[in-house]
Write a protein that binds this ligand. Structure first.
Ligand SMILES: Cc1cc2nc3c(=O)[nH]c(=O)nc-3n(C[C@H](O)[C@H](O)[C@H](O)COP(=O)(O)OP(=O)(O)OC[C@H]3O[C@@H](n4cnc5c(N)ncnc54)[C@H](O)[C@@H]3O)c2cc1C
Length: 402
């Protein structure tokens, strides 16, 4: 079977690209190795800018809940920053229904979905590109969008690979604790909690209350781990975190038996996002925030950009690497600056980050500036040049007082 575009991987990046392409009448195949509905290791937290950019998420009821308060705690839990707003500061999704919903939107627009088949190989031919699937069949198309996640087969086929010292590794669980318990523990605001460096990890712990679930996890950023630091076992750190949360009354003492999962995400953008007839999106391209692990927004944005470039490439019959490089240029123009800054900051996870919270929580103006930025369409990233100078001011004020 011949398609204009074949997308490998039906996560947020692949489904977003498939929706846009098929809405334009492009013959699109979405290939996925699992079957839906399926879960995906994730906290399921979305910054509000995702909903501003992709308005159809709320219109199609893909959001599970909203949180209007957000606290960031030091590792010692002696200080915290408190963000309160009348507007939501974070949206929450359940990946099982969110990803299935996105796939559904793509197929409703006309994309063909083929599940339960893994792409194993890719060969570039003179006039098209061929994929070989695990059941032995092949598909051909003019263009391939590789949206097959952190350990992407398509990225490897174009000579790109995720490096193991540039990943975030995580252990997490999503507990179904019911709406009543959610309100009791986190209020009607469904307050989000972030704890820096639990058990000394070069990373953070999160508590994401949803409508009837709470998603709890810890993450370590490998790029921030100093070789001289004591090696931490992630599962032990997660157990320690659960115990701490119970003591803080942020978790019921008796929890439903729920499996604990592990997951990884990339923290370094691939050098090349394109090759002849190929574009990489989302985690496959390393497009995750290296400081926080936020990836859904970047997956959807890169899927959107790749689809728009694919439409132009097919119109002009120009699918070579030179023509597709416009995708990488567009990505870099919008996001590269933020990623470079975040990459630098992410190295701080291995140092004493408590100090930053201790300084920030004393400066009300700084907290107000951040809090006002969070619900805006551009989020904190857009207002970073208001936030960073104010932080520097708070830092100097603090030094001067000492
Ligand atoms: C523990 C954890 C917590 C996270 N928390 C958050 C969070 O709170 N908020 C946030 O924004 N981001 C979070 N992220 C990151 C986020 O999950 C990812 O960035 C996002 O899912 C990337 O989307 P994607 O479409 O690029 O890839 P994925 O969602 O990974 O989708 C890739 C798809 O490709 C399929 N696939 C893979 N290989 C093949 C193949 N060879 N053939 C066919 N199909 C294939 C997979 O089955 C999968 O369905 C978290 C990540 C982890 C690991």
């Amino acid at each position: 079977m011949f398609y204009d575009v074949v997308i490998v991987g039906a996560g947020p990046a692949g489904s977003t690209a498939a929706k846009i392409l098929s809405e334009k009448g492009i013959r699109t195949l979405l290939l996925e190795k699992t079957t839906f509905p399926r879960d995906k290791p994730c906290g399921g937290g979305l910054q509000m800018r995702v909903l501003h950019r992709f308005k159809y998420l709320e219109e199609n009821n893909l959001i599970d809940s909203y949180s209007t308060t957000f606290q960031i705690h030091t590792s010692t839990m002696t200080h915290h920053i408190d963000f309160h707003h009348t507007k939501p500061l974070q949206a929450m999704v359940l990946r099982k229904s969110f990803d299935a919903g996105l796939v559904n939107l793509a197929t409703r627009s006309g994309a063909v979905l083929q599940c339960g088949n893994t792409v194993q190989d890719m060969t570039n031919q003179k006039h098209n590109i061929r994929l070989i699937l695990s059941d032995g069949t092949t598909v051909e198309s003019q263009l391939i969008i590789g949206a097959d996640g952190t350990w992407s087969t398509i990225a490897k086929k174009i000579g790109m690979k995720q490096e193991c010292n540039h990943i975030g590794i995580s252990v997490y669980t999503e507990y179904p604790i019911g709406q009543e318990t959610i309100h009791k523990l986190y209020g009607h605001e469904r307050g989000v909690h972030i704890h820096l460096q639990p058990n000394g990890l070069a990373g953070y712990g999160w508590v994401f209350p949803k409508k009837e679930h709470v998603n709890i996890g810890v993450v370590e950023f490998r790029q921030a781990v100093n070789p001289s630091m004591e090696k931490k076992n992630l599962q032990t750190s997660f157990t320690y975190y659960l115990q701490t949360l119970k003591k803080q009354k942020l978790l019921p003492t008796r929890l439903p038996k729920t499996a604990t999962h592990g997951g990884a995400f990339p923290t370094c953008q691939m050098k090349r996002l394109t090759a002849d007839r190929v574009m990489l999106c989302g985690d496959a391209a390393g497009l995750t925030n290296p400081m926080t692990g936020e990836g859904i927004y970047y997956a959807m944005c890169s899927g959107e950009m790749a689809a728009e470039i694919a439409i132009k490439a097919l119109e002009n019959n120009a699918t070579d690497v030179q023509s597709l490089r416009r995708y990488q240029r567009r990505w870099n123009h919008e996001f590269r600056g933020d990623f470079t800054l975040m990459n630098r900051l992410s190295k701080r996870w291995g140092r004493n980050v408590d100090r930053l919270i201790e300084i920030a929580c004393k400066d009300k103006k700084l907290i107000d500036v951040i809090c006002e930025a969070i619900p805006k369409p551009g989020g904190v990233q857009k207002d970073k040049w208001k936030i960073i100078p104010r932080f520097v001011f708070a830092y100097c004020k603090n030094r001067f007082k000492q």
